[in-house]
Design a protein around this ligand. Structure first.
Ligand code: 26V
Length: 801
């Protein structure tokens, strides 16, 4: 089917006719996309079957990665690339006058995630398959992914996302493998031969129907599976009100919750979490049972990974299965559970740590609650032995306290490994945020610095740079991204630098075209593309970026001798629908864009673009076109960041704080190849503990700050009277929690270094090439190898030629 372009064309035309009952010349682009998608899925199916066969028969250890989010993006292009059939397809389609890129646009992004956490899970799947590691993803098949964002009059408006509207060619529904998940009801206990036995009665059952997605490795035969669960009504609903039951059941997997750290516990979200966990655990155990008589050695063949606390109920759920179904003793069940589960923490913002009110939790999951109570009691007893009489300490560490179930505490106590996602983040967990637990379990804590798949973020997203690198250092790096380091030897080669420049220009032109189509803004392709794309959040400090642009505007207006290289500031960010402050910042960016872009003088030098609906497919256009990467979170707040790595890999230079993985990027490329500024994490923590920061001092003593802060409220934005008062208040009245004004002058100075550095284009290109050369470390292949070796204890299995 894909062996050469002629056979491809024949199969394609035949398949199209078969699927749509029409000849090629009458087909639509969407039909062409669907046809190709179906062919590709069929093509990979024999490898998929063989991989599954292997996993079924093999007793090698396997990992199950449980995540409430998988932010996959589009799959067609990546699958073609990984299968090694992209060139044949492109040629064949060209003969038919079809542009592959054009029909790729008909695939909706699988946007089943909010941001970093979900995208990391997607990169990990790609690496697991490519490294031939036996890894399975388990997640939820949300009917609606993260909301679509529209900008109307500068404000964010949310629309329901509809990725399944035209079907999904990649998924395979497996109704025969559906699993029941039980909620509500009551627990009856009785004594059976001296053993307390628990029955869960009067439950409401929901069917979890699996939809499997193939995860194709790069140039290998391994095709792993991502299993997404869909909630459906049970066949014989016991309910009198069947319609209501059906509606409420289907609601469980209807929407992905937006990451809103201000959001208190919503019962539907808890339902989603248990739904994912219970269906997955039952599935894992039943697969294991097909190969083994008892579950006594489960932990030797099965590793279960909990991606953040969202799937932490896997711990009591496994306990439930071992205790109630397997009839194990508590101690035996607990030993197995604790040797099976591992947990990654993705945030230190304490308001983002999940806590569920007991009054909500207990009625919904009565047996699970009982088990958590028991875990808690035994844990507190152990603490009492270690810290006799220290009630306060024990209360702080308890899993249940003050009417709340603390999911992070459950995850730490119930697993054998707890990791952070960048060095500095893991250190903060050990030394501050989870210090108490580190004291009790020093061996559990470890670091796994995040990574990204270079197959999507370089090879697929930036074929121009990919070709350039291969021309320069050969093609070994495609399979072993560490080899990118060879580029370093060539970083000073004038011919390479020139080609790099040409590549960048080409990519900037592509993005400029897209910006014009989306926003109607004409941008200067020779300007510096300075980009901040990520979720909108106060700690990420998009505001610092905006205040700097306002300062540049004022300075350009006042001082005709002030000269800078033209810049285009590009933003992309979704705000959680209930996050009022974040939405204000979006409005501020758009108001500033309106003002600056319509100023006939200033707009020659400055342009501002807010790209609506930032998502994976848009990101793939943005990173390759960027010159400057904005990674400017308040130090200590960004656990890792992964966008920072995508920019670096595409030859953008970072302006950033010493936060998250920026620290390790700096260790790799050297401080001289970045623009570091701002408070360090220690300095921020010192202020947080001891006080002593008064933002108004900075307002009063720095006229640049005074100018821009006043602009928020003095009519500078003519149509936005009172609009930005909350921002003004957060910076002055409320003490500027994220140290925006404290870091302002340091940021301005770093931006001046950026401007100066860009004038020396030769040097700039060298720095960019050095960044690319060192980006191999930030491949998720490295990260996944570390998880496989240090945490999961899994090895590659049967590569078939
Ligand atoms: C929290 C909540 C709260 C309730 C509603 C839904 C929801 C969804 C997600 C979250 C937690 C988000 C945590 C997260 O995304 N952390 C990011 O993880 C990245 C991958 O490790 C890391 O690079 C980022 O620095 C970190 O912010």
């Amino acid at each position: 089917m894909f062996s050469n372009k002629e056979s491809f064309k024949t199969s394609f035309l035949k398949r199209l006719e078969g699927m749509y009952g029409k000849v090629f010349k009458d087909s639509t682009k969407r039909e062409q996309y669907q046809t190709l998608g179906n062919m590709v899925r069929e093509y990979m199916s024999s490898d998929w079957i063989e991989t599954n066969e292997l996993y079924r028969s093999d007793s090698n250890k396997q990992v199950y990665y449980l995540s409430i989010e998988f932010l996959l993006g589009r799959l067609l292009g990546q699958n073609l690339l990984n299968l090694g059939i992209r060139d044949v397809v492109v040629e064949g389609l060209n003969d038919l006058d079809i542009d592959l890129e054009e029909i790729e646009e008909f695939e909706s992004d699988a946007g089943l995630g909010n941001g970093g956490l979900g995208r990391l899970a997607a990169c990990f799947l790609d690496s697991l398959s490519t490294l031939n590691l036996p890894g399975h993803g388990y997640g939820i098949r949300y009917k609606h992914g993260l909301f679509d964002q529209k900008i109307v009059d500068g404000y964010q408006v949310e629309l329901p996302e509809q990725w399944l509207r035209h079907g999904n060619v990649w998924e395979v529904r497996k109704p025969d493998e559906a699993i029941e998940v039980s909620f509500w009801g009551n627990i009856e206990s009785r004594n059976e031969n001296g053993r307390l036995v628990f029955n869960h009665n009067a439950t409401e059952k929901i069917m979890a129907v699996p939809y499997d997605l193939p995860v194709v490795g790069y140039e290998t035969t391994t095709v792993n599976t991502l299993r997404l669960w869909n909630a459906e009504a049970a066949h014989n609903p016991p309910h009198h009100d069947v319609l209501r039951y059906k509606r409420e059941t289907e609601a469980v997997t209807e929407f992905l919750y937006p990451d809103d750290t201000h959001d208190e516990g919503k019962i539907l979200r808890l339902k989603q979490q248990y739904f994912l966990v219970s269906a997955s655990l039952q599935d894992i155990v039943s697969n294991y049972r097909k190969k083994n008589h008892t579950l006594k050695n489960l932990h030797k063949e099965v590793a279960i990974h909990i991606n953040d606390t969202h799937p932490a109920l896997a711990i009591p759920e496994l306990m439930r299965i071992l205790l109630d179904e397997e009839r194990m003793s508590w101690d035996e069940a607990w030993t197995i559970t604790r040797q099976t589960m591992s947990y990654t923490n993705h945030t230190i913002l304490s308001e983002a740590l999940e806590k569920w009110p007991i009054h909500l939790f207990q009625p919904l999951l009565p047996r699970i609650y009982m088990i958590i109570e028991e875990i808690n009691e035994r844990f507190c007893k152990k603490l009492w032995e270690k810290y006799p009489g220290n009630w306060n300490h024990i209360e702080n560490m308890a899993i249940i306290a003050h009417g709340l179930v603390k999911m992070a505490h459950l995850a730490i106590v119930g697993s054998y490994s707890v990791n952070g996602v960048a060095k500095i983040h893991s250190d903060i967990l050990k030394n501050r945020e989870m210090r108490n637990f580190y004291e009790v379990y020093p061996d559990k804590f470890n670091n796994k610095t995040n990574g990204i798949t270079h197959r999507r973020w370089l090879i697929k997203a930036n074929p121009q740079l990919t070709n350039l690198i291969s021309e320069t250092i050969g093609t070994d790096w495609l399979k072993d991204p560490y080899q990118l380091i060879d580029l370093k030897r060539h970083a000073y080669d004038p011919a390479l630098k020139e080609k790099f420049d040409k590549m960048k220009q080409e990519r900037k032109a592509i993005l400029a075209k897209r910006i014009f189509e989306q926003n109607g803004t004409i941008i200067d392709e020779s300007s510096i593309f300075d980009v901040q794309v990520k979720r909108m959040h106060a700690y990420k400090r998009q505001l610092l970026n905006v205040l700097h642009i306002m300062y540049l505007y004022n300075r350009l207006k006042e001082d005709s001798n002030f000269k800078i290289h033209p810049r285009t500031f590009i933003f992309g960010a979704k705000a959680s629908p209930g996050y009022y402050y974040a939405k204000k910042i979006i409005k501020l960016i758009n108001s500033l864009a309106e003002k600056v872009n319509n100023d006939s003088e200033i707009s020659k030098v400055l342009k501002i673009v807010f790209l609506e609906n930032y998502r994976v497919s848009l990101a793939e256009l943005i990173f390759p076109a960027s010159d400057v990467s904005e990674q400017i979170s308040t130090a200590s707040k960004e656990a890792s960041g992964t966008g920072n790595m995508k920019f670096m890999m595409n030859g953008a230079l970072t302006i950033g704080t010493l936060d998250g993985a920026n620290v390790e990027i700096m260790e790799a490329v050297g401080r001289e190849n970045m623009f570091i500024f701002g408070l360090t994490a220690e300095e921020v923590q010192c202020y947080e503990e001891k006080g002593g920061y008064y933002s108004s001092d900075y307002y009063h003593h720095d006229s640049r700050i005074r100018g821009v802060i006043d602009n928020l409220v003095n009519g500078f934005f003519p149509d936005a009277f009172g609009e930005f008062d909350p921002i003004y208040d957060s910076l002055l009245g409320e003490g500027d929690q994220y140290f925006v004004l404290r870091d302002f002058s340091s940021y301005v100075e770093a931006q001046e270094r950026v401007d100066k550095a860009y004038y020396d284009r030769e040097k700039w290109r060298e720095k960019a090439l050095i960044n690319i050369a060192h980006s191999g470390y930030f491949s998720s292949d490295r990260t996944i190898k570390e998880y496989a070796d240090d945490i999961w204890g899994i090895e590659p299995v049967g590569i078939r030629i």
